[in-house]
Design a protein around this ligand. Structure first.
Ligand code: GCB
Length: 599
C-alpha cells in the first residue's frame, strides 16, 4: 500500500510541476529593416539531395581541379531556386518533396574595420545548417522564426560562398510534428541578408507602455559587444514628436533599463498612430516606428486602452494570394490584409505559426490587432524535453522579433491540442515563458475540448484554460458533426469568467459552385453555416471576439477530394484567386452591424 502511494505520488509529480525551463536569451537582432543590410535574395543554385548524400561534403563546394578529378556534385551546374520562396511551387517535381536541398549563394563583400556582420534569415523551413566559406556558422530548427549567425570572423574581403542545407522532412519530435493541415513548403522562404553593425550594438530593446499604464514607458535596451565593452555605456532613447530624450546606462550584461512618463497619442484600430523612436548608443543608431497601447482583461472583457473592445477577426494562413505558395512580400501582405480590412475586421489571427515581419508591420500601420501563434499543433511529442526546448525557442524568437509591435495583443501557445497530463505540463511551461518574456500582452490558445453538459449544451472545460488570459474555442458544428441548423439550438458555457474568442468555425465551399443550402461544397452551404454560426456565437457567454476559419483557400496535403479540394482546404471566404464567396458578404454584413453598434 505504502509503495503504491509512493508510486502514485511520483507519477503525480512527473506531471504536476512544469518541466524546468530551458530558455536561454534570444540572439536575434531586432528590427533588421531599420539597420544597414546587404540583401542576399535572388537566384541561389540548389542541389536536391533526397538521400542526404552531401552531408559530409557539399558545404565545401568543391570543383574538379584537373580533367581526371571526380566530384559528383556541382552547384554551378545545378539549376537555381529563388530566395525568398518555397521550392514546392518553383519546380513541378518538388511539389511533394520533403527532404534536404542544398542552397548556394556567392557574393562579394568589402570588409570594414570595427564592423560586425551577421547573416540573417527571415525563415527557413524546417531545419537549416549554415556554412560560410566552408565553415559551419550554426544551425536552426523551426520553419517560421527568424535567426542570425555572426559571420565577422569567417567573412572574407572579396569572394564569399554561403551554403545552406535546408531540410523540411517532417519529424515526430518536431514542431509541428508529423501531421498538420497546411502545405509543408520547404526552402528559404523569407529574406536573407547580411546585417552590418558596430562592434558594440543595440541588439534588441523593449519600448512599450508598462502594463496597465497609459503614460509610463518602461523597458530595456540590450547591447551586444565584447565583454566589458557593453557595460557602462550611455544609451539614448528618443521620441522626438513628444519631446522624449532619455539617457540610461548599461550594466555589465549590456542591459539598460528605464522607466519614464510621456504624453502619448495611443494606438488603436481607429487611430493606428506610430511614433518614430530613435535609439542610440556608441556608434549605433536605430530607428523604429512604434505604437503605444494597453491591452488587459477585466472579467470577460478585453480592454484596449482601458475600454472594452470586441475583436472582429478572421483567421489566415501565410499563403500567397493569386499564385500558389508561401506568402512573403509586402505586396502579398497588402493583398491579404486588404481583404481582412474589407471584411470589416479590426483583428486577425495569424495561424498557425509566426508570419513574416512584413505582415506584422503592415498590421501595425493598418490598425489590425493580431493573434500570433507558434506551430504547437494537434499532437506532438509532449514528453520529449528536446521538443519542449524547441517550442520554447520558437516562442522566444517569435516574441523577440515582434514584441515592439502594438498590433500584437495575443500570444497563442498552441492550437487544438489533445487533453492529457503531459500536454498540460508542456503548455503550462510555454504560458509561463510567454509571461516572463513579455508581461504586456495576453496569453491564449485555441482549444477544442468541450463536454456535452445537457441536450444542446456544451461546456468549454479544457484544464489549460485555468492558466490562460483569454480562451480560444475551435468548434465546427455543422461541418465536422451535426448540421448547420444545430447551431440554432446550441447553448455554450465556459468554466471561466474569462474572455472567449471563437477562434475557428467554418465549412468548405468551391467558389462558383452553387446549389441549395443542403448541398455540401456549395457557396450556399457555407453561407448557411455562417449565418447560423453567427446567430449562435452572439449568444455565447463571455464572447470577446471571433476569427472564423479561414480568409483564403490554402494548399493542404490532407484535402484530397478530386474536383473539389485537389489538395486545397476550401474553407476560405475568398478563393486562392481572390474571388469572394457568398459567406464573405455575410460575415462582412455581420461585422458592419457590430461596428455600427459600437462593437
Ligand atoms: C482546425 C485546425 C485548422 C484546420 C481546420 C480544418 O481545427 O485548427 O488548422 O485547417 O480545422 O479545416 O479542418
Amino acid at each position: 500500500m505504502k509503495c503504491c502511494l509512493l508510486l502514485l505520488l511520483l507519477a503525480g509529480r512527473a506531471f504536476a510541476s512544469p518541466a524546468p525551463s530551458t530558455l536561454s536569451a534570444s540572439t536575434l537582432i531586432a528590427n533588421v529593416a531599420g539597420r544597414t543590410t546587404v540583401g542576399l535574395d535572388g537566384a541561389w543554385h540548389a542541389i536536391v539531395d533526397p538521400f542526404d548524400n552531401g552531408k559530409s561534403e557539399f558545404f565545401r563546394d568543391e570543383k574538379p581541379r584537373s580533367k581526371g578529378d571526380r566530384v559528383e556534385y556541382s552547384f554551378d551546374a545545378s539549376p537555381v531556386l529563388n530566395v525568398p520562396g518555397d521550392w514546392n511551387t518553383q519546380r513541378e517535381q518538388l511539389m511533394f518533396y520533403e527532404g534536404p536541398v542544398w542552397y548556394r549563394r556567392e557574393f562579394n563583400y568589402h570588409k570594414r574595420v570595427n564592423e560586425r556582420v551577421f547573416v540573417y534569415f527571415g525563415a527557413v523551413n524546417y531545419q537549416a545548417i549554415v556554412y560560410l566559406n566552408g565553415e559551419k556558422l550554426g544551425e536552426h530548427e523551426g520553419g517560421f522564426t527568424a535567426f542570425n549567425f555572426e559571420a565577422t570572423r569567417v567573412l572574407r574581403d572579396g569572394e564569399n560562398v554561403l551554403i545552406v542545407e535546408v531540410n523540411n522532412v517532417r519529424r515526430a519530435d518536431g514542431i509541428p510534428a508529423l501531421k498538420f493541415d497546411w502545405w509543408n513548403y520547404g526552402g528559404i522562404t523569407r529574406d536573407v541578408m547580411l546585417v552590418e553593425v558596430p562592434a558594440t550594438f543595440i541588439q534588441d530593446y523593449s519600448v512599450q507602455l508598462a502594463r496597465g499604464s497609459q503614460n509610463e514607458i518602461a523597458g530595456w535596451v540590450q547591447l551586444n559587444g565584447a565583454q566589458g565593452a557593453q557595460g557602462g555605456q550611455k544609451v539614448r532613447l528618443e521620441i522626438p514628436e513628444v519631446g522624449v530624450h532619455e539617457t540610461v546606462t548599461s550594466d555589465a550584461e549590456g542591459r539598460a533599463t528605464y522607466h519614464f512618463t510621456a504624453k502619448l497619442d495611443l494606438w488603436s484600430p481607429a487611430h493606428p498612430k506610430l511614433y518614430d523612436v530613435v535609439l542610440s548608443g556608441g556608434d549605433d543608431v536605430i530607428h523604429d516606428q512604434i505604437g503605444f497601447r494597453t491591452i488587459e482583461v477585466q472579467g470577460a472583457n478585453i480592454l484596449l486602452n482601458g475600454k472594452p473592445i470586441f475583436l472582429r477577426g478572421i483567421s489566415m494562413h501565410e499563403e500567397a494570394p493569386f499564385r500558389e505558395g508561401r506568402a512573403f512580400s509586402p505586396e502579398d501582405a497588402q493583398t491579404l490584409l486588404g481583404w481582412v480590412k474589407e471584411l470589416g475586421c479590426n483583428f486577425v489571427r495569424f495561424a498557425h505559426y509566426p508570419h513574416n515581419e512584413n505582415e506584422i508591420r503592415l498590421a501595425d500601420r493598418m490598425g489590425l490587432m493580431v493573434w500570433s501563434e507558434i506551430p504547437v499543433y494537434w499532437d506532438i511529442d509532449w514528453s520529449n524535453p528536446a521538443t519542449l526546448a524547441g517550442a520554447e525557442a520558437q516562442l522566444r524568437d517569435e516574441i523577440a522579433r515582434d514584441h515592439n509591435r502594438a498590433a500584437v495583443i495575443l500570444w497563442s501557445v498552441a492550437n487544438e491540442t489533445p487533453v492529457k497530463p503531459e500536454r498540460l505540463t508542456f503548455l503550462t511551461q510555454l504560458v509561463k515563458d510567454a509571461r516572463e518574456l513579455d508581461s504586456t500582452r495576453l496569453i491564449t490558445s485555441a482549444l477544442n475540448h468541450t463536454e456535452n453538459t445537457g441536450t444542446d449544451e456544451r461546456t468549454l472545460s479544457d484544464p489549460l484554460g485555468d492558466v490562460l488570459d483569454v480562451v480560444g474555442l475551435n468548434e465546427y458544428l455543422g461541418w465536422y458533426g451535426g448540421r448547420p441548423e444545430d447551431a440554432d439550438r446550441m447553448q455554450w458555457k465556459s468554466k471561466w469568467t474569462k474572455p472567449l474568442i471563437v477562434s475557428e468555425f467554418g465549412g468548405g465551399a468551391v467558389f462558383g459552385r452553387h446549389g441549395d443550402a443542403n448541398e455540401i461544397w456549395t457557396e450556399e452551404y457555407q453561407d448557411n453555416l455562417y449565418q447560423r454560426q453567427l446567430g449562435m456565437v452572439e449568444r455565447m457567454p463571455n464572447l470577446a471576439g471571433l476569427t472564423p476559419w479561414v480568409l483564403m483557400d490554402f494548399r493542404s496535403p490532407l484535402r484530397l477530394l478530386p474536383g473539389v479540394q485537389d489538395y486545397h482546404n476550401r474553407k476560405g471566404l475568398v478563393s486562392n484567386r481572390g474571388q469572394r464567396k457568398l459567406a464573405f458578404y455575410t460575415l462582412q454584413k455581420f461585422y458592419k452591424r457590430l461596428a455600427e453598434a459600437g462593437k
